[in-house]
Design a protein around this ligand. Structure first.
Ligand SMILES: C[S@@+](CC[C@H](N)C(=O)[O-])C[C@H]1O[C@@H](n2cnc3c(N)ncnc32)[C@H](O)[C@@H]1O
Length: 245
């Protein structure tokens, strides 16, 4: 499956993505935007799951996202945000017009070098770039087993470092943190969340049903989840804060 087909899988969902995907901890937003800025841009904003934390920290918030379906949800949820169709490789904003750019759970979909050129172009000198990813907690064996079903090609080593960003052109890394938090989530919500993950979205109906069946079987067999309606799901959020060099 080509990467771009997986990236475009988000074009077919909106409401379900917003309903079932996890949000981000407030502490992550505080690390990237410690004091109020004039203009904040959330890039690859999706339905606004991180944008909603940015609005409290920027006098003007812009969301750029290629999927109209995702943006429709964002516009309803966050009517004061300037929502624009666009991509990281071609940001529809002027030079040096943004104080901080945030990218939640999306940087891995971008053409890295082209996106860094564009982000550096729209940022003011010494402007901040915050990248963040939620990932499963490696100590949670049942969640890790479900990840292996949904992402069979991802090795365990990759899975535990999938939030890792490298050195980026135009940027210097100034802070890197791992935030541990937990969600209380119903079994049904957890299963529906998996149905919003790109590998399941693009799978044949029969493959998707098999994967969801196997994930359900993990929940039926693990001591932490068996027979439980409510699950305690640990999460890790990787946060990387860069400055425009
Ligand atoms: C996993 S979703 C994350 C959405 C949102 N930031 C969040 O955390 O809920 C990835 C998003 O990246 C967007 N995306 C994919 N390729 C992109 C690109 N080249 N430029 C900007 N956004 C892109 C997708 O449309 C999708 O909304």
């Amino acid at each position: 499956m080509p990467e771009h087909a997986l990236a475009r899988s988000f074009e077919i969902i909106g409401d379900d993505y917003d309903r079932y995907r996890p949000g981000f901890p407030e502490a992550a937003a505080a690390m990237i935007v410690p004091t109020t800025v004039d203009v904040g841009l959330d890039l690859g904003a999706g339905t606004g799951k991180f944008t909603e934390l940015l609005v409290d920290r920027a006098r003007r918030t812009v969301a750029v996202e290629p999927s109209e379906r995702m943006l429709q949800v964002l516009r309803v949820k966050l009517p004061d945000v300037e929502a624009q169709i666009g991509a990281a490789e071609r940001i529809p904003l002027g030079d040096a017009s943004v104080d901080v750019v945030t990218v939640a759970q999306a940087f891995h979909w971008f053409d890295r070098d082209a996106a860094c050129d564009e982000i550096a172009r729209v940022l003011v000198p010494r402007g901040a770039l915050g990248l963040l990813w939620n990932r499963s907690d490696p100590t949670c064996t049942w969640d890790r087993a479900c990840h292996r079903i949904a992402h069979p090609a991802v090795s365990e080593a990759d899975a535990t470092t999938d939030g890792a960003a490298e050195e980026l052109p135009h940027f210097e890394l100034v802070r890197r943190e791992e935030i541990h938090w937990a969600e209380r989530i119903s079994r049904d919500h957890y299963l529906r969340r998996w149905a919003t993950v790109s590998s399941l979205l693009v799978a044949e109906e029969s493959t998707r049903a098999r994967m969801l069946g196997e994930i359900g079987a993990v929940l039926d067999s693990s001591a932490d989840t068996r027979g439980r309606e409510m699950l305690d799901l640990p999460q890790v959020t990787d946060v990387y804060v860069y400055r425009r060099a």
